[in-house]
Design a protein around this ligand. Structure first.
Ligand code: E4P
Length: 217
């Protein structure tokens, strides 16, 4: 499973990229607003940090303007992936961009039928929002299972990018279902490295190593 980080904080992206485990980045207008920086400038910097797809979202609601915005965003770097909302105009834009060889991430997916439409529109990625789904009394992981089944039934190439990930269990369940990618905030990715027994084990081994009086270097 590929790991994307969901942030516009370039310091966090650099830190995670240095682990060698980061496959891409997703941003959205809220994350750009939180960064307090200019959209184009942030995307440009992120594209210089990671080689994988960097999602940059259009903000128009109509197809023509989405295409104009996408044209600006595509010029930033080859690894820009245009993010469009799951609407009729968004999917029209997805079809036009993917036919033109551009990566597209269809965002704000909340049903398996929406995911089916995005795949038919040639999306590179579909982003089902599991956290927001759970928040509203639905089962986010069931949505991922349904999309996996449908995409496998028809051998769609669209990758399932689990989004709105809130905690490590979302990551675990996504991996068990066979989602292609997950995008999570930096804190959730960092939490994946931790286990209390790992810390306890290191402390015990180091205490015993001290007793040997030896040094490795
Ligand atoms: C994905 O691309 C979105 O940016 C993101 O996962 C939304 O997550 P949220 O529901 O925590 O805002």
């Amino acid at each position: 499973m590929k790991f994307f980080v969901d942030t516009a904080d370039t310091a966090e992206i650099r830190e995670l990229a240095a682990t060698g485990l980061l496959d891409g980045v997703t941003t959205n207008p809220s994350l750009i607003a939180r960064s307090g920086r200019k959209f184009i400038e942030v995307v440009e910097e992120i594209c210089g940090i990671v080689e994988g797809p960097v999602s940059a979202e259009v903000v128009a609601l109509d197809h023509e303007t989405m295409m104009k915005e996408a044209a600006i965003l595509r010029k930033i770097a080859d690894n820009v992936c245009i993010k469009v909302p799951l609407t009729i105009d968004g999917l029209k834009t997805c079809k036009a961009l993917s036919d033109d060889g551009c990566m597209v991430n269809v965002t704000l997916c909340f049903s398996a039928n929406q995911a089916l439409l995005a795949a038919k529109a040639g999306a590179s990625f579909i982003s089902p929002f599991v956290g927001r789904h759970d928040d509203n009394g639905f089962d986010g992981m069931k949505l991922i299972e349904d999309i996996r089944l449908i995409y496998d039934n028809y051998a769609f190439d669209t990758e399932i990018l689990v989004a709105s990930v809130r905690h490590p269990i979302h990551v675990l369940e996504s991996a068990k279902i066979g989602a292609d990618v997950m995008t999570a905030p930096p804190a959730v990715i960092k939490a994946l490295f931790n286990h209390v027994l790992t810390d306890k084990g290191i402390a015990g081994f180091l205490a015993d190593w001290e007793k040997t009086g030896q040094s490795l270097l």
